[in-house]
Every structure is written in C-alpha cells, then in structure tokens.
Design a protein around this ligand. Sequence first.
Ligand code: PEP
Ligand code: CO
Length: 459
Amino acid sequence: MQARTDKLESTTPPGWAPDSWQRKPAAQQPTYPDPAALERVLAQLRKLPPLVSSWEIENLKSQLAGAAAGQRFLLQGGDCSESFAECESSAIASKLKILLQMSLVLVQGGKKRVIRIGRFAGQYAKPRSAETETREGKTLPCYRGDMINHAEFTPEARTPDPELLLRAYERSGLTINFIRALIEGGFADLHHPEYWELGFVANSPHAAEYTRMVETIGDSLRFIETLSGGVLADINRVDFFTSHEGLHLLYEQAQTRQVPHRTGWYNLSTHFPWIGERTRALDGAHVEYFRGIANPIGVKIGPAVTPAEAVALAEVLNPRNEPGRLTFIHRFGAGRVEQCLPPIVEAIRRAGKQVLWCCDPMHGNTETTRHGIKTRRFDNILRELETSFHILRDCGAHLGGVHFELTGENVTECIGGASGVTEADLSRAYRSQLDPRLNYEQAMEMALLLARLMAQKPR
Ligand code: PEP
Ligand code: CO
C-alpha cells in the first residue's frame, strides 16, 4: 500500500485530487435546480465503463511528443459542438472520411505521419459569452450544448437537466463504437481507394489533384508489396483519437480514474481534453483540474494571453516538462497573429518549455454579417495558418498541428473557397447551432493548400 502511495506521488502533483478544483472559482458551470437528481446522475457516471483506455492515452501522448519534435503532424477537427440529433451513421462516417482524406493529403505534403484527433464522441458542452439570451423582450438562460440543456427558446428547454449528462455519455459511447468498427473493418484501407472517393466534390477544381494523389499512393503501395513479396497488412490500421473541451467539471471528474498497474489519474471519457479560451484562468477551477490528470491536454491561447501567462500555464500544466503532454492551440485571428504569436513563442523558448504548437485558425476569425449570421472567411482562415507556419519557423520552432471546425457535409457556413460560397449562400444550408464550419470541399481545399505549404523548402 505504501509503495503505491509513493509511486502516485511521483506523477500526481502535490495537493491535487480529482475534486480539488471545487475549491477554486469555476467559470461556465450550469446551475441545476435539483442537486439530488444531479448527484444520482453523477453516481451512475462514476460507475459506467470508460470510453477510452490508458494505453490509448499514453500512445497518443507519445505520438504528440513526436509532433513536438517535428516528426509527426497533428490534425484535429470536427464540429464546434456535436448535437444529439446528428448522432447518426452518415454524419459520423462523413466526419471520419473528411478527416482521413485530409490526413492523407497532409502526409503527402508534409512527408510526416499524421495524428488524427476528432472533435467528437463528447463535444457536447459549450462555453458562452453571456449567461442569458433575450429575444423579443423575453430573457432565458443561454443554450450551453446538448449535454446541459436544449436549444429551443422555452424556459423548460433552457433549464439544465442532469439526465442529459447520461445521454451525452451514451452518445459518446455510440459514436466511438461506430468509429472503431469502421476503422477495424477497413474504412481507411489504402488498398481500396474507392473508399476514399470525393463524392459530391468530384467536380471541384482540386479533385484532379486529390485523385492523382490517391492513385500515386496506390501505385507506391503495390510497388512496395511487389518488392517485399507480401501484403502490407498494417497499412489499414490508422489510429483515431477523440477530444472535447473539458468544460463541465463534474462530468469530467466522474470519469477521472486510476487504472491497474499505472500511477496517476486518467480522464477516461476522451483521449485529449482541452481547456477553452474562456476557462484558462491560472487560479481557476479548470486549470486546477487539468494539472492533475495524466492525459495529453490542450489549452486555447487567444490574444489576451501575455507571454508571462503562457509560461505560467506551461509550468502549472506540465510541471515535469514532459514532451507531448501540453499543446498550445493558438487562435489569434489573421489580423493579430503577427503581433501576438512571436513574443509567446520566444518566451516559451527562453523558459525551455516543451510545447506543441497547434494553430486553430477558426476562433479568432469569426465575424457577423449585416444580417446577423455568424461566419468565417476561407481567406482569413488560410492567412492565419500560413502566417503561423512562417512565424514559428522564423522563431526556430515549428507548426506541429492544426485545429479546424469542419464537417463532412455540404453546408454553407463559411464564406469563400474555390466553390465560391458567398454571403448570400449562407442561409441555404446553415446547420451549425454555434460556430460556422468548413464544409467538405472547403476542408479538402484547406488541406491541399496546407500540404503545399508544408512541402515548400524553408525560405
Ligand atoms: C471552441 O473550440 O469551440 C471554442 C469555444 O473555442 P475557444 O475556447 O478558443 O473560444
Ligand atoms: Co467553436
């Protein structure tokens, strides 16, 4: 017993426990009208089997360490927020497909293995800028994601309901089960390029480039198999990891467990939880919770973060300076990245901190049209990516990953791209309840342009 305690002390930071965050101010938490009902739900959540394993989590951490060292590249993407209504086979399969196709393109361009992390199987809680929403003189609590309340504008729908935590956990389990089954069944098998077809974007100006790429991969595969005299069976074994914003701390705590033969505490609801821009206060509950879990974690870094704060976050969240443990997901906006990113990279470099730099070119580039529709421009997204790529290279670091809000469907939420989605098109197929996502074609185009950038020789 004593030996176990000694071992635990080596990886769990002093003073930390799965509930130690409860002594700190916790932003963005819902208030439930019936605390006893909430406690009953949490007791069930504590009992249910985990969604992921500590082996997978440790495997991801070592792959992310590879990305921090420049040997791999991280592609993280998915919906701004998952919805219960879209927990269905075609939406899940098309999300998987777009991420796999983008990763194939990035492997070609970057000549590095790509780590795929979906914003799925748990992305059901959202931070909001205001507590309440007013429509036609009526004020109600705002919608906080399907895990917490409903989007409809009625007092009943907007009241937080703890049962939704269980529904979210179950849907996360259903989603990850289907993803595992698709991958296990050969969905990503490069011997079958027909699985990799472009579907409705076949007529896009970039389709020929993509098709050529898939054919080249097929040819290379056959060439290597001829040389080696066998089938490369492992080629269809791609890894896929899950992530969500670790926002609802009682939910996250209920999944925080110890596992046999390992020290430390794991959040077993997801491989890679991240802290959002609105909840990364150094003295706040989220940073307290995240500092003690053993998962690799991300932190969103926006324009308000000072270089000193970034170093302090790295110190608190990665005290052992473990490679792969901490990813900074920076989201400054195309107009501000040039001013904000270099001093932070420089401060982290001087402090000798291990950080993986991952650009989220979505959240700093959100705007609202004259008609009150939230959108993002393809050109701004691309510009922030390109600028980040060059800044990091010029500072002696490197861009190790990208983070997109995207969907495998033909929505019209972001403006621009080769297919020319205009402001007038936005109302045609706008399906996101929150932030605008790149559609299938825009996401593929973004991957092709990023791949070209990665293939360029240093300036
Ligand atoms: C998000 O990722 O959907 C989000 C809310 O981002 P941020 O915390 O960076 O604003
Ligand atoms: Co978002």
